[in-house]
Design a protein around this ligand. Structure first.
Ligand code: DC
Length: 219
């Protein structure tokens, strides 16, 4: 029997991470935050001084990342980098290096290794199109740029981090444009995907929609 995968793709700050991890929790499935892997490559390469334009070197680095996950903490070379990978600067760097085929292929096997019984919920940009094309359920989760910028702004302010809404909106649109227009594994809605527009939905409502689709998919 194949291990079921729920693939949840969508643009930055669409809430897919929160929804995916809660769906995984309800079902008792494993959870893969694939964006965290690109962010780890961004952080590791910055620490090592690798030029963001050096695709071959970034690919080599991605293939030998020393990482592990413990509950919701992420470690790089033994150091807890859970917060360090979440900055806007690392997000932008991740978005740039995620366009390189060398980096994407270096992370493919690692991502597939998360597929373990009883199941996996994976979120990212190419979960349905490239990494898990046989996913039992494919969801494209989205929200307007303004709604996503508002959410990010509130999250940062709640954490005591100062932010400007206009800057967040501009960065987010810049990353959207890059994620959508790149040649390798661009962000797209695959055929058969369920589209979930969350601008006016609560997290609970979004989680319920995904769980309902999953129940229909396995019925
Ligand atoms: O989901 P996120 O914002 O943490 O992702 C950070 C960057 O990584 C994002 O701008 C695009 C890239 N990414 C990707 O190309 N493919 C994935 N499966 C996940 C993330």
């Amino acid at each position: 029997m194949t291990i079921p995968v729920i693939a949840i793709d969508g643009p930055t700050a669409s809430g897919k991470g929160t929804v995916a991890s809660q769906v995984a929790q309800v079902l008792g499935f494993h959870y893969l935050d694939s964006g965290a892997l690109y962010r780890l490559v961004a952080l590791a390469s910055e620490k090592q001084g690798v030029d963001i334009k050096n695709a071959p070197e970034l690919g080599i680095l991605a293939g030998k990342l020393s990482i592990y996950f413990e509950k919701d903490r992420i470690f790089l070379n033994g150091e807890d980098v859970s917060e360090a990978i979440r900055t806007e600067a690392i997000g932008l760097r991740a978005s740039t290096l995620a366009a390189y085929p060398e980096v994407r292929s270096a992370l493919t096997t690692l991502q597939r290794s998360f597929r373990q019984a009883p199941g996996l919920v994976a979120d990212g940009r190419d979960m349905a199109s490239v990494i898990f094309p046989d996913a039992i359920l494919k969801v494209f989760l989205t929200a307007t740029a303004q709604a996503r910028a508002d959410r990010r702004y509130k999250q940062l302010i709640a954490k005591g981090i100062s932010a400007k809404l206009q800057d967040l909106l501009r960065d987010l649109q810049e990353r959207d444009a890059r994620d959508i227009s790149r040649g390798t594994a661009p962000l797209l809605i695959v055929q058969g995907a369920q589209v979930l527009e969350t601008s006016d939905l609560s997290i609970d409502q979004a989680v319920k929609a995904v769980l309902d689709w999953y129940q229909s998919a396995i019925a």
